[in-house]
Design a protein around this ligand. Structure first.
Ligand SMILES: Nc1ncnc2c1ncn2[C@@H]1O[C@H](COP(=O)(O)OP(=O)(O)OP(=O)(O)O)[C@@H](O)[C@H]1O
Length: 353
């Protein structure tokens, strides 16, 4: 067995991403890990329901022996016993906490996807929990931005939304079908090229239709003022509790960029539109190929290719730097992050495959 890797969960951003990346990489490489000071930089440190679900998910993939898999645990030991197995998996974030949870299932998916993308065979994964949760990728972001970008690297995955799930109840459901590939291809996204289109979805669940009409109309107006004609559809759906959000995608010739904002009680629909459009326009003005979230979410997949990937990013976030650090701890790639004078940056990943 290879040496156990000790990872300091308080390093850099010190949040849940260190755990998820370490789990994915441990499952893929078979290298045991011990993660200490888990989520030390968060108000409530240790494992929350979403993180515990990610631990269970990763353990299922490689039949891992796990110690410390409890809510609030600040140390986790994860020892893979078998190579990652493609197959059918079901995970419900609500099983991790009595009384349920709206924990973000897209973050559980973030953990499962790299190992399954490299496993032999087809996997079908059903995830239940929050599908549109603040501070995490929404279903729309994963469907419209992350997966299409990964498809360019040879990841063959399809994602469907069966039911949306919002804070505080969750209980949304998504289905992922993924076909393992022998190898992933490097990604070159130095320059984004011209803007070709802006598309989007205004969603409401268990709320009046005028809320999503207003989010969409105001977003169209704001983008039109900036010279962009946006195609935004409105969707009214049912869920276990009310929710609203606007999710936009900027389609550049060479890259995609996603921007979202969530509604909440007392927050006008127009403000939701402003937040999403402001983020899109800020990225547009930066001239960079990627927005900050896609950049940190591409670190793992590009580190699993053989060869050099490069991308330009609007902002070098602590998530990006911390994720690069986790990958380097596993010795999978050399990652250079080069800031530019205007606040943007370039990331170069030299992966050994
Ligand atoms: N609006 C957004 N669109 C796309 N991705 C997002 C968005 N907001 C956050 N993310 C992504 O969600 C992930 C959050 O990681 P983070 O370490 O903060 O994890 P977490 O598990 O939510 O935990 P914590 O509670 O520890 O912060 C990052 O990959 C980040 O890029």
């Amino acid at each position: 067995m290879t040496d156990k890797l000790i990872i300091d969960g308080s390093h850099g951003e010190g949040g849940g991403q260190i755990l998820r990346s370490a789990l994915s990489l441990s499952a893929i490489t078979g290298r045991p890990v011990r993660i200490e000071k888990l989520r030390a930089n968060r108000k409530k440190p240790g494992l929350a329901a979403q993180h515990l679900t990610s631990v269970r998910a990763a353990a299922m993939l490689c039949d891992a022996e796990v110690k410390g898999a409890e809510l609030g645990s600040q140390t986790l030991q994860f020892i893979p016993r078998k190579p990652v197995r493609a197959g059918d998996y079901f995970l419900d974030v609500a099983h991790a906490r009595e009384g349920g949870s709206a924990g973000a299932v897209m973050l559980v998916l973030q953990t499962l996807l790299p190992p399954l993308a490299l496993a032999t065979g087809v996997s079908n994964v059903m995830l239940r929990g929050g599908t549109h949760v603040d501070m995490s990728p929404s279903y729309d972001y994963v469907h419209d931005v992350w997966l299409p970008t990964l498809a360019r690297m040879g990841v063959r995955a399809e994602l469907s939304l069966m039911r949306s799930g919002w804070y505080p109840v969750g209980r949304g459901e998504v289905k992922l079908r993924i076909e393992g590939a022998e190898k992933l291809l490097p990604l070159r996204l130095e320059h984004r090229g011209p803007l070709r289109a802006v598309t989007g979805r205004a969603l409401v669940a268990n709320l009046p239709a005028h809320i999503c009409e207003r989010m969409a109309a105001h977003a169209r107006y704001l983008l039109e003022q900036a010279g962009m004609a946006a195609k935004i559809e409105t969707v009214v759906m049912k869920a276990a509790c009310p929710g609203a959000g606007l999710y936009l995608t900027a389609h550049y010739e060479n890259s995609l960029a996603g921007f979202g904002a969530q509604g909440k009680r007392g927050k006008p629909a127009e403000q939701v539109a402003e937040e999403a459009c402001f983020a899109l326009l800020q990225h547009y003005r930066s001239g960079a190929a990627l927005e900050q979230h896609l950049a940190d979410q591409l670190i793992l997949p590009t580190a699993l290719c053989r060869g050099e990937s490069v991308f330009g990013v609007e902002r070098i976030s602590p998530h990006l730097v911390t994720n690069a650090w986790v990958v380097e701890r596993f010795g999978l790639a050399r990652i250079d992050i080069v800031p530019a004078a205007d606040g943007t940056g370039f990331v170069k990943i030299l992966a050994s495959g």
